[in-house]
Design a protein around this ligand. Structure first.
Ligand code: E4P
Length: 227
């Protein structure tokens, strides 16, 4: 399962990219709006920063205009993936975009039936929104598992992108369920690494190392650049 960031903020992307595990980025109109800069310039900057797919969403409502918008977005950079909602005009637009070799991500998926339609349309990715399903007291991971199972049984090639992840357990459960990608906000990415036993263990190792070096009469301890 690849790990992607769900953000349009370049500083967050740079921060996580330094970890060496970032495989892609998803954006959406709400995330783009927070950045307050021209959308195409924003996507261009993100696409240049990320070594992997970058989802950019269309905002048109009709098949023809979605396709036109999608083609424009896809020309920003070769790693741009056009995000299209799971609505009737969206499936048709994805069919057209796929026919022209454009990678697509069908978004706002809240049911296995919508995921079946996305696969039939030829989407590259389908994005079930787990957190938003949980928000209304339904089972987000259950939805993801159903989609993964259907895709396996049917041999669909569309990749399952677990989205709207709210905490590290969502990421772990998505991996167990067989998601191909998990996209998450920066706060969730940062939380993935946190464990008090790691922090305490590291502190103890460094203290012991420093005492050891001091006992040998070595003035400067190695590992002093650790945060
Ligand atoms: C994914 O592509 C979406 O941008 C995102 O995961 C939505 O998450 P939210 O429910 O936290 O807004």
């Amino acid at each position: 399962m690849k790990l992607w960031l769900d953000t349009a903020n370049i500083e967050e992307i740079r921060e996580i990219d330094r970890w060496g595990v970032l495989a892609g980025v998803t954006t959406n109109p709400s995330l783009a709006a927070k950045e307050g800069v021209e959308f195409e310039a924003l996507i261009k900057e993100i696409a240049a920063e990320v070594d992997g797919p970058v989802s950019a969403e269309v905002v048109s409502g009709r098949r023809e205009s979605m396709v036109e918008e999608g083609l424009k977005l896809s020309q920003i950079a070769p790693n741009v993936v056009v995000k299209v909602p799971v609505v009737p005009e969206g499936f048709a637009a994805v069919r057209d975009l796929a026919g022209r070799g454009v990678n697509t991500n069908m978004t706002l998926c809240f049911s296995p039936a919508q995921a079946i339609l996305a696969a039939q349309a030829g989407a590259t990715y389908v994005s079930p929104f787990l957190g938003r399903v949980d928000d209304i007291s339904n089972d987000g991971i259950g939805l993801l598992s159903e989609i993964v199972e259907i895709y396996r049984v049917q041999g669909y090639r569309t990749l399952v992108l677990a989205a709207s992840l709210r905490h590290p357990q969502h990421v772990v459960d998505s991996a167990k369920a067989g998601a191909d990608v998990a996209t998450m906000p920066c706060a969730v990415f940062r939380a993935l690494v946190k464990h008090p036993l790691t922090d305490n263990g590291l502190r103890r190792f460094m203290e012991d190392w420093e005492s050891y070096q001091a006992s040998l009469g070595h003035p400067a301890a190695r590992g002093g650049d650790r945060a």
